[in-house]
Design a protein around this ligand. Sequence first.
Ligand code: BGC
Length: 424
Amino acid sequence: MPAECDDRESSKDMSYQFPEGFVWGTSTSAHQVEGNNTQSDYWLMEHVEPTIFADPSGDACDQYHRYEDDLALLEKLGFNAYRFSVEWARIEPEPGHFSQAALDHYRRVLEACHDHGLQPVVTYHHFTSPRWVAAAGGWENMETAARFGEYAERVTRDLGDLIGHACTINELNITALIDEFKGTMIPAEAIDGMLAAAARASGSDRFSAFLLGDSAAIEPVAIAGHHSAVQAIKAVRGDLPVGMTVAMSDYQAVPGGEAVMERQRERIQDVYLREAGDGDFIGVQCYSRSRYGTEGMLGPEEGVEVTQMGYEFWPECVEACIRHAVDVTGSPALVTENGIGTEDDGRRLEYLRRALGSLKNCLDDGIDVRGYCQWSLLDNFEWMLGYRPTFGIVAVDRTAQVRTPKPSAAWLGDVARNNRADLS
Ligand code: BGC
């Protein structure tokens, strides 16, 4: 349809009106912002010798205690949703022992979201697991899938009435993706040394953590865990929208690399997307593109702009990934993560503007996209890279725990408040 005939496009300012009810949020995860997640496998790995973590997570952004202020800030900025995760290690610190105090804490967080006009988009597992899970073989042990279902059942029973959208396992394909970088960006022996130290510290003969374990062994367990969580959630609250979230990329091939690219996209991403059919939406998480040649993955082209993570500056991944996810799954899409690690907020603004422009192309083609959650609200704990990469639209002084919104926070918040963006 020509732009002038589309009533979403105002003739006066040519800004773009998003569909009514569009979900506008920012995303975080418990371990990356809460602080002191001491019963988790990651806390242990951060503190053993040797470790591959640049910093320990420590107090993180102390959101465990400061959630009220963070939610008030999101409301003030203009957002209508907040994606965060509840922490399995806090809720079930020992097998079968559920902490009512932890569940009550998350109930207060959820109530505060509603008080601030924010729809809670809740992830049940975002990379971290209780230590006892990792010490029993983690996500390489099929029993974990059933354990995760039991945890999901309890979380939904206690909290489900306040949740807006539920995400089962954050990026259940992440270990397959990390495999692509092992041996180059991430030294495999260093990971093995750290996992062996964590095994000794926890008296385990097979300590395995999500993200860093054996991807071939994790794949069937993560998929079974997703299905068992969907069943558990639906059994308690059949009307709660639930979905899988997948780490996606705009897969591209240079001439000759098509077959390799398709094989890797299938192994890393599509095999999981095909399992998403029991959900109500597909959570699209993307940051850049991945180029393939005959020999495998190529890095970014010479001279292109790269982000703090070493990825190419490629906001157009949003359009490519939504289209692909919807094609493969047939489900509506919710962008559950997209953003950029950069010190230069001007580049973040440009990234977000182009990302929303590429999302608009999907809406214009009638694709059902329910919302956009930017990664991340705060500069936070970026896993093995510690606190160096900065993905936040809000800077955090972690000594005084002071939050300072960046210009991108004001821009994206205005887009959210008006449900409209100038994308020219
Ligand atoms: C993860 C986040 C992470 C972000 C930026 C995603 O893969 O879900 O936990 O911080 O990417 O690297």
